[in-house]
Design a protein around this ligand. Structure first.
Ligand code: SAH
Length: 230
């Protein structure tokens, strides 16, 4: 049987830079304004892209990885706002459950695959856990909430917590898991906590962007360890 191609994606250039640097036998092709890098990462045939921020950019990237570039499994590697006291900034959430916090989930679930929540693949989650353990990174396997807004104030954070009690909040994960579910492709979303989704979050990520690279490095390291285990 031919080896499965792994689709790897991030939302921001920082999130894929390290993975790009580690990729060998690199080729590239552009589709829908996104550059897709084909090559080998951690010994596996991989296609890597920076899909852009937000649900539509993520869904478009995920769709192209599967249908145009033949990915049989998807990994999202990036950063997110922490919503739990079980972990802190710098630690990792591996997505077991992913859902939209800003959408009419019941109506969306009227269409295939009829899901209001999406799930990470059990084997990929186990591989991500092993990669975290090997890297000495604290992690939980938990719930990721996705929406098109950057969450940077306590009122919005609390409203999201009341609505769905996620462990972290970000802008792409559920969209990637949604597209993967439509195609029956296994996927996993890895998020290193970069902020606490509160009044300091914007300052941390936007005004002082050098902070981002550290968390992106953690996510990329876990991602590479995960791919090596698939
Ligand atoms: N340098 C970028 C920073 C964007 S942060 C800029 O200036 O625009 C938003 C990205 O990080 C999104 O891809 C999202 O998935 C993730 N993220 C991190 N913290 C987040 C938060 N508190 N709320 C929503 N998304 C967050």
């Amino acid at each position: 049987m031919e080896e499965k191609i792994i689709g790897v994606m991030g939302a921001m250039p920082e999130e894929i830079r390290l993975l790009y640097e580690k990729m060998t036998d690199r080729g590239e092709e552009t589709a829908a304004g996104v550059t897709f890098y084909t090559g080998v990462l951690a010994g596996r045939r991989t296609v890597l892209c920076c899909a852009g921020m937000g649900k539509v950019n993520a869904a478009c990237g995920a769709q192209l990885l599967i249908t145009k570039f033949g990915a049989g499994a998807l990994i999202f590697s990036g950063i997110a706002g922490n919503m739990t006291d079980k972990i802190g900034v710098g630690d990792v959430v591996i997505g077991k459950t992913l859902l939209y916090h800003d959408a009419e989930r019941r109506m969306i679930a009227e269409s295939w695959p009829h899901l209001q929540e999406f799930t990470g693949d059990a084997a990929m989650i186990a591989a991500a856990e092993a990669a975290c353990a090997e890297a000495g990174v604290k992690y939980i396997v938990g719930k990721i909430a996705t929406g098109d807004d950057f969450v940077g104030d306590s009122a919005t954070k609390n409203a999201i917590a009341a609505k769905c009690a996620p462990d972290c909040v970000e802008m792409e994960g559920a969209a990637v898991a949604h597209v993967a579910a439509k195609y029956g492709a296994p996927c996993v979303v890895l998020r290193a906590m970069s902020d606490n989704a509160d009044e300091n979050a914007y300052e941390t990520l936007v005004a002082k962007p050098f902070d981002i690279s550290e968390y992106c490095t953690t996510a990329a390291k876990i991602c590479e360890g995960l791919i090596g285990r698939l």
